[in-house]
Each structure stands twice: as C-alpha cells, then as structure tokens.
Design a protein around this ligand. Structure first.
Ligand SMILES: O=c1ccn([C@@H]2O[C@@H]3COP(=O)(O)O[C@H]3[C@H]2O)c(=O)[nH]1
Ligand SMILES: [Zn+2]
Ligand SMILES: [Zn+2]
Length: 242
C-alpha cells in the first residue's frame, strides 16, 4: 500500500495544502478527505479527479470536505458519473443539509445520492473497499458535539484524521490490535483544545513514536525539524510505501 499526502497542512496553513491522503493499493486509488484545496493539490500532482476510485470523508470541516462540490460537479458534468463516497452513516445527512445542498441543489440534484454513489460506513465495522484494502472507522474526539472519525487501514495502519490526544487508544491499537504504522495529526504549539499537541505525542513510549509520522501541521513546521523525538514529518507530495 502506498500513501501520498496531497496536502499536509492544518486548516489555516498557506504553505501546505489541506491534509488529505491518497492511498493506492493494487491500482485502487482512495482519497481520504477532499478539502478546499484538494482540486488544486491533485491538479499540481498531475492526478485527474476522475482517476480516483473513491473518496472517504472523516468529518465535516472545510479542510476535509470543502472541495466536494467541485468534485461532484466535475464528475457529473465533465465525466458523466457519480463518484463513490464513503462516509460514516451519521455524517451523510449533515454533509448534504448543512454543507453541500446550498451550492449543489438544482433540478435532479436534490440529495447527496444524486451527486455521489454514497457508501455508508458504521463505526466499528470493517469495510472491504477493494480486494486488498479494508477500512475500519473509529469514532474519535475532536470538536464537542461534532462527529469525527479516525481510520484503521488493513488492520495495521492508523490514520488519525483530526482528533484530540488519546493515549489509551494509541496504546491499545499498538499493544492489542497489532497496529504498526500511525499517521497522526499534530498541533505544534499551544494547548490541545481540539487537536493533539506535539508535547502530548512526545510523551508516548518510544516504540509508539518510532512508528508515528506527523501531518496536519502549521506553516512553521520546519522550525520543529529534529525536535519530534522518534517521530518524523510526512512531507507533502512524497509517496510512502506502508
Ligand atoms: O473549537 C474550535 C473549532 C475550530 N477551531 C479551529 O478551526 C479549525 C477547523 O479545522 P481543523 O479541525 O483542521 O482545525 C480547527 C481549529 O484550527 C478551533 O481552534 N477551535
Ligand atoms: Zn483539519
Ligand atoms: Zn477538523
């Protein structure tokens, strides 16, 4: 499996695109989240939107879903098809009613399923997306009252999406669930109200740090090179074999 971050920035980053991840497995291309900058990020990587086999949404913030209107319209009006959209069942209604309907509603486009081939996921279930790619959604804490999900890919890769620090979850995933790679968001400075701070991740055992790569970071990330313990930064556009 290959992972390529088409963007590694946090919601306010300007040096980096939105933190969205392209997963490739035996030719199957899954994009995890489709933020405001995803259309441009894909364009700059020379990846056509129509090449994606599926998109999976982790939660409703703009840096994770803000590009879906363009994606839906390009796929409908340029490529004549509804793209596959995986998301937690709890997000389907708010994604249409509170985010996409304003821009996308018109005759023949009255609900999410008119624009996307919607595949609902339930937290805790393992879903086979492709012959050699399965995903499990985990409900994790991010913003009080807003549902947000992290992912386990092929039972051994954890992808945090946006979440506050959860030491017990990370420890259990490694010790009991056999997770061997962790891709984790990081807030480099300040208290972790809605994100996980670098200091919190540095408090993890070295064995867990050693399997952790950092993403969803601020523009001043370079100042923290060499100050992330056993953890390393994911670089925007680089392809990682995992
Ligand atoms: O209670 C809140 C809600 C939001 N925010 C900011 O808005 C951003 C939305 O995208 P994000 O989840 O990547 O990051 C969030 C934060 O930067 C915050 O600081 N506190
Ligand atoms: Zn975010
Ligand atoms: Zn968020």
């Amino acid at each position: 499996m290959n992972l390529q971050m088409i963007g590694t920035g946090n919601a306010f980053a300007k040096k980096y695109f939105n933190n969205n991840a392209l997963i490739e497995q035996d030719g199957f291309k899954l994009l995890i989240d489709f933020g405001i900058t995803a259309p441009l990020a894909l364009y700059e990587l020379g990846i056509g939107m129509e090449e994606l086999d599926a998109v999976l949404v982790t939660h409703m913030h703009g840096d994770h879903v803000g590009g879906l209107e363009e994606y839906g319209f390009q796929m409908k009006f340029k490529h004549g098809r509804r793209p596959v959209l995986y998301l937690a069942d709890a997000l389907a209604e708010p994604l249409w009613e509170n985010t996409l309907s304003g821009g996308m509603t018109q005759d023949g486009l009255e609900r999410l399923e008119d624009a996307f081939d919607v595949r609902l996921l339930r937290a805790g279930d393992v879903q086979q997306l492709a012959p050699n790619l399965c995903v499990e959604l985990l409900r994790t804490r991010h913003i009080r009252g807003k549902k947000s999900y992290s992912l386990i890919l092929n039972r051994d890769v954890f992808y945090s999406a946006d979440m506050v620090f959860d030491r017990e979850l990370l420890t259990t995933l490694v010790r009991d669930r056999g997770v061997r790679r962790i891709f984790h968001e990081v807030q480099l400075e300040g208290p972790g109200a809605v994100h996980t701070t670098l200091d919190e991740l540095l408090s993890l055992p070295e064995e867990i740090q050693a399997m952790t790569m950092l993403m969803h970071y601020a523009d001043n990330k370079d100042r923290f090179e060499g100050r992330t313990g056993r953890m390393t930064f994911l670089e925007q556009g680089s392809v990682y074999s995992i």
